[in-house]
Design a binder for this molecule. Structure first.
Ligand SMILES: O=C(O)CCC(=O)C(=O)O
Ligand SMILES: [Fe+2]
Length: 278
């Protein structure tokens, strides 16, 4: 069957078909090629579910079970500060355990070896520094629940949704790690310059713990030898830049290896704006 694509006008013409309605729901949840309209996204999701679209049925049931509706969803409680230098915040119970299981399940079939940014070319490549597996969600794997989680993260951070990079689910089996690194892009590194000009600095990082039945595996910061580990559904958020916007070397951190069990997290890197084109 020919791919129906992601053009909203084309999808509108097919709008009585479950897959087209699901795609339209995702697009209006994001605001991609069509106005950002979460209530309309939920309405379209409901129509896709009525037509039996499996992801629509499951994600709608998940969202219907969340209390408070969109209003509460988009107003996450203020996080509490757990470190001043670097600037680290924790949000307890940021998402429900059911949302955690959903995100993990959506990523699991797609996991591949995680990559790092090559400092010279700016392209991704595997490296012994990062031995875990990961999946960065593309549009095809995106669903309305994921989009709403991303918007909740943006609101927690007070940053614009269009600046969110594709989010990743990371899985670490015992011994796997994301060794000491910084998330900001170094303006002195040639391979980072184009990216910085296009999208701006990676000013903040948010992680959500998707499970907690593992040992070790803390998120560690070199500064002050600080280690953090939340419960399933908690989020940690930190600024990769100082208040004046300069890359902050005190944010050097690592995902330490779990010693038993698997660690699953969602990782969201954030820029100040959408990439510029042209
Ligand atoms: O797994 C962790 O605790 C750290 C992940 C991380 O550093 C990142 O996603 O940038
Ligand atoms: Fe990181």
């Amino acid at each position: 069957m020919a791919d129906i694509g992601w053009d909203p006008a084309g999808l509108e013409r097919l709008a009585d078909e479950g897959e087209a309605l699901h795609r339209l729901a995702v697009l209006s949840a994001i605001g991609l090629g069509t106005p950002h309209d979460p209530p309309l996204a939920l309405e379209r999701l409901r129509r896709a579910a009525d037509l039996g679209h499996a992801t629509a049925v499951d994600s709608l049931a998940l969202l219907d079970a969340e209390s408070g509706g969109l209003e509460a969803w988009f107003r996450p409680p203020a996080p509490r500060r757990v470190s001043e230098q670097p600037h680290v915040l924790l949000a307890d119970g940021f998402v429900s355990p059911a949302i955690c299981d959903w995100l993990r399940g959506r990523a699991e079939p797609h996991l591949t070896r995680a990559e790092i940014y090559d400092p010279v070319s700016g392209a991704g490549r595997p490296d012994p520094v990062r031995t875990n597996t990961a999946f960065a969600f593309d549009l095809a794997a995106t669903d309305v629940a994921l989009v709403l989680v991303r918007e909740r993260i943006a609101r927690l951070a007070g940053l614009p949704v269009p600046g969110l990079e594709p989010c990743q689910v990371l899985r670490y089996t015992p011994g796997q790690k994301f060794d000491w690194h910084v998330d900001f892009l170094d303006p002195a590194v040639p391979g980072h310059r184009d990216d910085l000009a296009r999208s701006g600095q990676r000013i903040a990082t948010c992680l959500i713990w998707l499970n907690d039945d593992f040992e070790g595996g803390e998120t560690a910061f070199e500064t002050g030898d600080q280690r953090f580990r939340g419960r399933k559904g908690d989020a940690i958020l930190w600024a990769n830049v100082t208040p004046n916007g300069a890359a902050d070397p005190l944010t050097r951190h690592a995902g330490l290896p779990p010693t038993a069990g698997e660690k699953w997290i969602l990782s969201q890197w954030m820029r100040p704006r959408a990439p510029l084109h042209g």
